[in-house]
Design a protein around this ligand. Structure first.
Ligand SMILES: *Cc1c(COP(=O)(O)O)cnc(C)c1O
Length: 356
């Protein structure tokens, strides 16, 4: 069976050797030695000035919204995973969708200003498939209208823009370390923010504790545990190998599919991309469904990332978003992971050729 992704597992002995350090201290959570080591190593690996590891990649979004005290309307993208929208709703704000750019697939910055109202408090955009939003223009708009900016960078591990970590943009950026993501800790995630916000974010992710008996306000528990951090520390040394192998697979796909009339994502200029997904956009949903059916008969299971367009889910009732809705119906992420075989890519290619 071939799925859209396959979790990279380090040699078990290496994981256990790291986990043993937690065993030796008898300390399984509350920012133990492994979480602290992982944060130090990630800061260096990603060239970021701060990081707060968390239980998953959704809580950082919720903590950002809560801790920045956002209210009213938050401008967001309809083309993302549901967590981007659901975090806004969960925190009692209203998502206001702005359609996406048809080639970059990120929020269309030229349409943001028209969606701003006196109730708008922030922009929450996704660097979709690791492709950066137009961060300069979004920053200009946010400054002009006094809005906060949060980036859902769940797909962005290792991405740089103009030579700088993509996590260094916005008031807050987040990442997911879920087992299906590029770098993982089983479940896990992280928050990056402007230095001024770090302390407040830190308190928020630990019940609001300022000290043992003193609180900054309401908080939640989003602390990463030691076994999670052990997985991260075991996977991190393999990231260069993982990126190299994924790049090779992307190149093979690019060559194999070059003659077909399918649209590919356009990576923004000045980006060092991370090969996190291989999305292809078909001419019609019907064509996509035929390809999916044919792949499934060969036990190949791609995923419809991202479908449906988030403005259409029943608890938001957003306005029509023609570009996002059209692309959501036609986009498919092909299998991409360390260990995917050339023969399998060949099979996928032949099925695509047959059905297009
Ligand atoms: C995976 C993902 C999340 C959620 O991350 P979890 O770690 O699974 O909570 C949020 N946003 C996007 C765009 C994602 O792909």
């Amino acid at each position: 069976m071939i799925n859209v992704t396959k979790t990279f597992l380090p040699p078990q002995a290496e994981y256990q050797a790291i986990l043993k350090k937690a065993w030796d201290t008898g300390w399984m959570t509350n920012r133990g030695i492994l979480v602290q080591t992982l944060e130090t190593e990630l800061k260096e690996h990603l060239s970021v000035s701060n990081i707060l590891t968390m239980t998953n990649g959704t809580l950082p979004l919720q903590i950002a919204i809560k801790t920045l005290a956002l209210k009213g309307e938050i401008i967001t993208t309809p083309f993302s995973y549901v967590a981007t929208t659901s975090s806004i709703v969960w925190e009692g704000c209203r998502p206001v969708f702005v359609d996406i750019h048809p080639e970059y697939l990120t929020i269309d910055e030229t349409k943001i200003e028209a969606a701003i109202t006196p109730k708008t408090s922030a922009i929450l955009a996704t660097h979709v498939f690791g492709n950066p939003c137009h961060v300069e223009e979004i920053e200009r708009i946010a400054k002009k209208h006094d809005l906060k900016v949060i980036y859902d960078g769940a797909h962005c591990f290792g991405v740089t823009y103009n030579g700088q970590s993509i996590f260094s943009f916005g008031d807050v950026s987040t990442c997911s370390f879920h087992a299906t993501k590029l770098f993982h800790t089983g479940e896990g995630g992280a928050l990056f923010c402007k230095p001024d916000y770090f302390e407040a974010m830190f308190f928020s992710h630990n019940f609001g504790h300022k000290s043992k008996e003193d609180f900054q306000g309401v908080g939640i528990n989003a602390k990463m545990s030691e076994p999670q951090a052990a997985m991260g520390l075991a996977v991190l040394p393999y990231m260069n190998m993982i990126l190299t192998e994924r790049q090779q697979i992307v190149n093979i796909y690019d060559t194999a599919l070059s003659a077909l009339p399918i649209q590919k994502i356009k990576i923004r200029e000045h980006t060092d991309w991370n090969f996190s997904y291989y999305p292809v956009i078909f001419e019609s949903e019907n064509q996509l469904l035929q390809v999916v059916k044919a792949l499934e008969t060969q036990s190949i299971f791609p995923r419809r990332y991202f479908y449906p367009s988030l403005n259409t889910i029943d608890y938001v009732k957003g306005k029509a978003m023609p570009i996002s809705e059209s692309i959501s119906k036609r986009v498919l992420c092909l299998p991409l992971y360390v260990g995917l075989k050339i023969e399998d890519i060949e099979t996928i290619k032949n099925i695509l050729i047959e059905h297009i």
